[in-house]
Write a new protein. Structure first.
Ligand code: XLS
Ligand code: NI
Ligand code: NI
Length: 438
């Protein structure tokens, strides 16, 4: 059965193509900065947005029209697996990502959930074998079920904590079986609403304990995926512990978990934290913690995680700039944690959305590669800090300088080197020039 029968395979037709069902920039084979686009971009379909979600919002029910609407329970779950492989094939997506509850219904007990997962994972495994598609990452949803109202790793209820552990255990087993390249933790309920009822220290210690248990269990079963934490400052919880890249890195360092984890950074989460996406990527990159991306974009006029498909080429360029400077994402990839708008309810809209996102990132990759090749910002930054390459600057950098030696230097140098312009506007104009030219 075909679930997307109105759409065929999406191919690259070049930037002048007028076919809405074609890539204008994403040309998987094309070489950019020494690798093919496909190797750098490693695009993934988010199972939850593309197959499980139906377009609800806090004020309205589902609007999406899908070929599996008439089914329910396990039949629906099975149909979605078929649809998933058809979609990835047509869309030329090599990877996918899912939460446990996206693929299988929870049923009425943990045992039933485990068995539902096993049945569906059998089908996914077959689909992967015959199509060559790969699992970028899986994760456990520990935020939707009412049991997680107070959190999962940070809950006040030890029985709920145990349930979360059981979900993670299964998630790791599934990940191993399907050869997941990463395993993600996103803590939507790991945080607090009011300090009046919260033991902040115990909650954070317990979260770290759960992560350590996961590290141990993965080792025990020989699951060698890269562990990732996905920061987000708020929503659904008022204050979330994995607030942003910097906060999450220091959390991991404090609990000696930093060698086992990297970060999965999401564009819309960055802006919710009051950062640009490139800020989050840069912080992770310089700390050796850049793992994977959740590609989407928010709406500056709306204050929540709108998870729109990324279409902003300016942002994509700066995103890919960091990715290239990181020499790619290693085991990571670019997961479209993005959904079509509720009004875009037809199956075709899923294709338009992914084409828009993949083309935007492909174009960003090309521009970023050129910016790096021409050392547009590198040369400027190098020169800007050149006072640290010699004399007193070199002493500071080498760690030899003391407050006393610097004070002595300053006393003898009442006329410091004059400051130079930061040339921000010139650099932004250059960036525009590259975006428009490429
Ligand atoms: C929600 C998160 C979530 C994670 C996976 O805001 O982005 O979808 O990516 O749990
Ligand atoms: Ni995400
Ligand atoms: Ni999100």
């Amino acid at each position: 059965m075909a679930y997307f029968e109105n759409v065929g395979k999406i191919n690259y037709e070049g930037s002048r193509s007028t076919n809405p069902f074609a890539f204008k920039h994403y040309n998987p084979e094309e070489k950019v900065a020494g690798k093919t686009m496909e190797e750098y971009l490693r695009f993934a379909m988010a199972y939850w947005h593309t197959l499980t979600a139906g377009g609800t919002d806090p004020f309205g029910t589902e609007t999406a029209v899908r070929g599996w609407d008439h089914l329910s329970g396990m039949d629906k779950a099975k149909a979605r697996v078929e649809a998933a492989f058809e979609f990835m094939d047509k869309m030329n997506l090599q990877y996918f990502c899912f939460h446990d509850v996206d693929i299988a219904p929870e049923g009425s007990s943990l045992k039933e959930f485990y068995s539902n997962i096993d049945t569906i994972v059998d089908l996914i495994e077959q689909g992967m074998k015959s199509s060559g598609k790969k699992l970028l990452w899986n994760t456990a949803n520990m935020f939707t079920n009412p049991r997680y109202m107070h959190g999962a790793g940070s809950t006040c209820n030890a029985d709920v904590y145990a349930h979360a552990a059981a979900q993670i255990k299964k998630g790791l087993e599934v990940g191993k079986r399907l050869g997941a390249e990463n395993y993600v933790f996103w803590g939507g309920r790991e945080g607090y609403e009011t300090l009046l009822n919260t033991d902040l220290k115990l909650e954070m210690d317990n979260m770290a304990r759960l992560f350590s248990m996961a590290v141990d269990y993965a080792k025990e079963i020989g699951f060698d995926a890269q562990f990732l934490i996905e920061p987000k400052p708020k929503e659904p919880t008022k204050h979330q512990y994995d607030f942003d890249a910097a906060t999450t890195i220091s959390f991991l360092q404090k609990y000696n978990l930093d060698q086992h984890f990297k970060l999965n950074l999401e564009a819309n989460h960055a802006t919710l934290a009051g950062h640009t996406f490139e800020h989050e990527l840069r912080v992770a990159r310089i700390n050796g913690m850049l793992g994977s991306l959740d590609a989407n974009q928010g709406d500056m006029l709306l204050g929540w995680d709108t998870d729109e498909f990324p279409v902003n080429i300016y942002d994509a360029t700066l995103t890919l700039y960091e990715v290239l400077k990181n020499d790619g994402l290693g085991k990571g990839g670019i997961n479209f944690d993005a959904k079509v708008r509720r009004q875009s309810f037809e199956p075709e809209d899923l294709f338009h959305a992914h084409i828009a996102g993949m083309d935007t990132y492909a174009k960003g990759l090309k521009v970023a590669a050129k910016l790096i090749e021409d050392r547009v910002f590198d040369d400027f930054v190098e020169k800007r800090y050149s006072s640290f390459n010699e004399g007193i600057g070199a002493e500071i950098v080498s760690g030899k300088a003391t407050l006393a030696s610097l004070a002595e230097y300053a006393l003898n140098n009442e006329q410091p080197r004059k400051n130079e312009s930061g040339r921000q506007e010139m650099l932004k104009a250059l960036l525009n020039q590259y975006i428009l030219a490429e």
